[in-house]
Design a protein around this ligand. Structure first.
Ligand code: SF4
Length: 347
């Protein structure tokens, strides 16, 4: 069976013609799916019954199977099973005045950040476009309020699954699709320099928000925390970001996970300020106190140290925010998503 969420409108119109259906029926079907979040063809009542039955035989509207949901005060974490038996996680975050959905883009991750639970499994595979879009559809279906913000910050490095993520974004921002504003879609990367440059030239992706995990102020420490930095060096990354064309009314987010006694000292705050201050109009810094994971040897710094770090950056007039990770209680915060958590694989 074919998966509906893997098609763009243009592709689906062609496919419908091959099946002997008028092309405009594709618009109707995607309207049901992406505007009303209807996943049962038989309920798409403006199509003739014979068409609905034909579509039910040829297509599925989603492929992920919801297997678990854990609710906390500030978030809901969903576990989905893929057709080939992998478990992926999606987190819905309740912000003050809106909802944000944190999507996974890969099963596991090859980047190998030392502080990240997802890295422990390595990369198992890329998620398909359909599996990425399914996460949105399945969560939106059971959420009364519209989800208007999406971040690719779950399992995986989104820019390492460039084509799969790109097409998912096309479905999410197109008028015939979910129709999110590009300003409300964010890609969070570990700093893959070539892919960042590619994204900046890509007419579809260049208007999205970009968040880059920095996490260290020296090449030596960054290489230790993020082995990807051996080939995507701190210098090259900063140079790329400084030169990157970016909407003048927005700033690139530099994510800095604060880990106790590793990268949270006052001296490191000053080093970070030294890197960012000359380009302060281009960046803002998000400080993320580390979310401890029982399987990893890192700790969260005390909040006084987090705020002291912030004060140093602010004294250099760098726009700096402390992001207390939502979803901590449900193990869904950044760097804590993992494909195999046997204790959470509850049906
Ligand atoms: S922090 Fe992100 S990029 Fe790094 S290993 Fe984890 S999922 Fe991959």
């Amino acid at each position: 069976m074919e998966l509906l969420t893997s098609y763009t409108l243009g592709e689906l119109r062609e496919r419908f013609k091959e099946l002997g259906l008028e092309a405009y029926r594709a618009n109707q079907v995607l309207n049901w799916l992406y505007k009303k979040f209807e996943v049962d063809f038989l309920n798409m009542t403006d199509l003739p019954k014979v068409h609905r039955e034909l579509l039910s035989r040829h297509f599925r509207t989603h492929t992920l199977e919801p297997i678990h949901r854990a609710t906390a005060e500030d978030s809901v974490k969903y576990l989905f099973r893929t057709q080939d038996g992998h478990i992926i996680e999606t987190v819905l975050i309740f912000e003050r005045d809106h909802l944000t959905l944190c999507l996974s883009s890969q099963v596991g991750c090859a980047v190998g950040c030392r502080f990240c639970a997802t890295a422990k499994d390595g990369l198992l595979r890329n998620l398909t476009t359909g599996e990425i879009v399914d996460q949105y559809i399945l969560v939106q279906r059971e959420t009364p309020q519209r989800i208007r913000n999406v971040v690719f910050m779950g399992m995986g490095e989104p820019l390492a699954n460039y084509e799969g993520v790109r097409k998912a974004v096309e479905i999410m921002v197109s008028p015939w699709g979910i129709e999110l504003s590009k300003r409300r879609v964010s890609i969070s990367t570990s700093g893959l320099v070539t892919q960042i440059r590619r994204m900046a030239k890509d007419p579809l992706l260049k208007g999205l928000n970009l968040a880059v995990s920095l996490n260290a102020t020296s090449q030596h420490l960054r290489e230790f925390l993020m082995p990807i930095s051996k080939t995507n060096t701190l210098k090259e990354l900063m140079q790329t970001l400084v030169e990157l064309p970016y909407p003048s009314d927005r700033r690139i987010m530099l994510e800095y996970v604060l880990i106790k006694d590793v990268n949270d000292s006052e001296a490191q705050a000053k080093e970070l300020a030294g890197l960012v201050a000359p380009y302060r109009r281009k960046f803002k810094v998000n400080l993320i106190p580390y979310n401890p994971d029982p399987s990893l040897p890192f700790e969260r710094p005390p909040m006084e140290r987090v705020y002291a770090f912030q004060d140093v950056l602010r004294s250099y007039h760098i726009s700096t925010f402390v992001r207390l990770s939502k979803g901590l209680k449900v193990f869904g915060a950044c760097g804590q998503l993992r494909s195999k958590r046997p204790e959470l694989m509850v049906k």
